[in-house]
Design a protein around this ligand. Sequence first.
Ligand code: ADP
Ligand code: MG
Length: 730
Amino acid sequence: MTNPRFKAILRHGDIIAATKELPPGQLPSESFGKRVFNRSVMQKMLPKEVFQNVIAAQEGREKIKKEFADTIAVAMKEWALSHGATHFSHWFQPLTGLGAEKHDSFIEWAEPGVVIEKFSAKQLIQGEPDASSFPSGGLRTTFEARGYTGWDPTSPVFLWKAGDGITLSIPSVFFSWTGAVLDSKIPLLRSDRKINDAVLRVLKLTGIEAGFVFSTLGMEQEYFVIDRNFRNLRPDLVLLGRTVLGAPSPKGQELQDHYFGAVKDRILRFMRDFEQAAFELGIPVKTRHNEVAPAQHEVAPVFEKASLAIDHNILLMEIMRQVATKHGLCCLLHEKPFHNINGSGKHCNWSLSTDTGINLLDPTDTPENNLHFLIILTAILHAIHRHGKLLRAAIGSVSNDFRLGGHEAPPAILSAYVGRELEALLKNIEEKGWHKSSKGSDSYDLGLHVIPELKQDNTDRNRTSPFAFTGNKFEFRAVGSSFNGSLPITVLNACVADSINEIMDEIERGSSNKRKLNPKELLESVMPVLRKYIKASKAVRFEGDNYSLAWAKEAKKRGLPNIAKSLYAFDALTEKATQKAFTDILRKEELNSRYEILTEIYGHTLNIEAKTIVDLFDTEVLPAVFATIRDLAEAIEEQKDLLGKKAASRQMARLKEIHDLVEKGINLVDRIKILREDADSLAGFERSKELLEEVFPLCLELRGISDSLEALVDDRHWRLPKYREILYMV
Ligand code: ADP
Ligand code: MG
């Protein structure tokens, strides 16, 4: 039989030749939000007071009024049916990480044997999937497995199209019958409420008017796109989204010719197609470009309210996967699909906004009064300093561990970069107190303009920092490409809110004055407190190269945690300081359940990795190697009269080299099998630790052996698509 790899290579040429151009796309303004039960649809279909109630609920200001729910449900159903929907589904985010859905059709008996389409308020508001198979981290035993989904009106209802099926999807939260939080959305929404309450205290003090405050988020999503035929021939890509073996391509990313390079026709068609689908779902995708690694790209939307941005990111990832399949492609969202090639991240651009449109992390948004900025900035630095390990846990996974700390992604040390100008300002406050500038005079007038001359576009960006200030927002760059952003953003919101509250308590304690302070008094009461906190969190600020070894040493001196393996960070979720920061967000048992789940998933993933590489070595690598050995031995035997002694022994040495590698490989496989079984007799953290410390290093060694063999094996016998094909033939 011919090698399937060659078939895929030949087919690739045909695919490229046969692809037709897409017809011109619709204008975004025409298609945007077409599949969303959006404002204008609601305005048309709902009575005014009902409409206003839904909008208020969307903004988190009101609850949906019970008496309106039926009207809303009927309107949703009419709208969905008119667009060809047949089913509805509560769409929620269980602790598996991504989205979950269970479809029900709209049918109901009208009379025996006759059905009508019906959708009631009850069905809209609450669902009851049999939820016993979702991870709950011990929060819910199977006999009381009942889990409920509840409509989350802060995120709009939409029509999900998969194949020919159209489903009315209702963004929902997920909890157990005892009220335990089983999803990642409830904590996120609660963390937003917490940051609202905390920031409003600051704004009240500094005299900025606002009704409410929320976190904003713009996620830069990196991904790979490869030909589906190659992917289908790689069980590791099918099962893990990552290659567990594969010799490097002679050409890697060293020429840096892919970054911002011209996008290939086939990829651009894919991008256009998924962008169109995203627009229809109201996802404001804006930026697209090639990334550093071959076959790697990025898409970034315009930022939105954080909880909506996360819903949209999850939908976008799913759309990208599905549209890629339609194009004969495969979209890889894994953090590290290819060894020695850059991995993918999801840079979370995060800020805080008022309902009145002020970006609270943009000091130039309120130039005449930006004291709030300095208070919030101080609180953020304090939060990153105190909760470094927790933030590390929130971005932790096996897949992200592959990426962090390489020369491509921030290290496992959480530091913050604020830019040269703010750094100078903080230093000044730290060393001299706020009122003495380097010029010796009052550096700030006695208005509340405490940030002097900060340029909006500060170009001195530090691309190596895991948490970098970029002029009007922070960019949390350590988040992994495949992540649901909820946990990292919940942790960020929770910790920052906690810090703000701590600082505000201290400021308020210091000024016994109940009346409104004049600007001078206000600065006098605020600045000493900020100075104290800025000093205390100084260790977390770092301007230099985060990728350097020197930084790891320096960070150690500064007492910053450097946790290379996420498994050892997860217990931060169970610590007292975390429980305090999570007051009103998650209870102790709920935090513990997250610890259990993350720890368990970590072990499961390593176990699948180990089983996959062993399987590939046994069933793909070895047979190819043995075929090569046979050919080689035969050739040497046949030609031995012709070959001189020296040449014969050199060729035998090549054979011996292959034999030695095979021996080492088989030995490793045997040890991995035994150790994996040993690990299975353990549970929880101990099992994951065994897999991480004992099994995983052997898998890496086995990979090294396999990659050496790949470079020696007859190309005709090697059936697994090679890096040079996967990465360059798209
Ligand atoms: P780059 O980092 O590539 O220069 P930008 O900084 O302009 O690009 O934007 C990156 C992402 O940050 C985009 O998704 C953008 O919408 C988002 N962003 C911009 N301002 C904010 C903000 N105030 N809050 C959250 N995200 C923001
Ligand atoms: Mg950016």
